[in-house]
Ligand binder design. Structure first.
Ligand code: GRF
Length: 205
């Protein structure tokens, strides 16, 4: 079984979509841990309700909080195959990225390489897209390297935003696609159907 850890910071709708996809489609993966950067977030509640082990991570270890160094050790011991950043807003330390090289993916609520980078998260992204007057937006799942939103793009879904009146409408349209795209990519990775060919990420049927 392919073992994943999901990192979260907010309400956890993407985490919920992954859990549902795992249950419905009997996917070849299991969520072995959910990691948050604060203990009181909706996503950690969802994990607890589903009986998934949770951790809270910070730069330094405190009561009930693990450091990234300790977390890396714990996840290695648990034989984690993949780390999924699903709305995790904290910067991941370089040493952690080294430990899990090519084993961390992120979902970004826009079509990278546009509208990414430092500070581009949550509604900031959708406001920037709205103000740009772009006609399409979408969701991107990419590998994580040491630069924000820079790693190789694995998959994208496009939404038409020709007729929207607010950034919130863009967020709602994109979120629906995120909920399909992220479980799809996890499932393909778990089936070993994601390959690097000609420096591009190719997903097999
Ligand atoms: C999603 O839009 C994700 O792409 C972004 O943060 C949001 C998290 O939403 N990075 P949720 O916590 O999964 O509901």
């Amino acid at each position: 079984m392919y073992r994943i850890a999901v990192f979260v910071s907010g309400r956890g709708s993407n985490l919920k979509a992954i859990i549902e996809s795992q249950k419905e489609r009997l996917n070849n993966f299991e969520i072995i841990a959910v990691v948050g950067n604060k203990s009181d977030c909706g996503a950690l509640d969802i994990a607890r309700q589903n009986g998934i082990e949770t951790f809270v991570v910070a730069e330094t270890e405190k009561d009930g909080i693990v450091s990234f160094i300790k977390l890396a050790e714990l996840l290695e011991v648990k034989n984690v195959n993949l780390i999924v950043l699903a709305g995790f807003i904290k910067k991941i330390p370089d040493s952690f990225i080294d430990t899990f090289e090519n084993r961390i993916i992120n979902i970004h609520p826009a079509l990278l390489p546009s509208f990414g980078g430092k500070g581009m998260y949550g509604m900031n992204v959708h406001r920037a897209v709205f103000e740009s007057s772009a006609k399409v937006s979408g969701a991107t799942v990419h590998f994580v390297d040491k630069i924000y939103d820079n790693g190789k793009i694995i998959a994208q879904r496009v939404v038409n935003i020709d007729k929207v009146n607010t950034p919130e409408e863009i967020a709602a349209l994109v979120l629906q696609e995120e909920h399909k795209l992220l479980p799809f990519v996890i499932s393909k990775l778990s089936e070993n159907k994601v390959n690097l060919i000609n420096n591009r990420v190719i997903i097999k049927d």
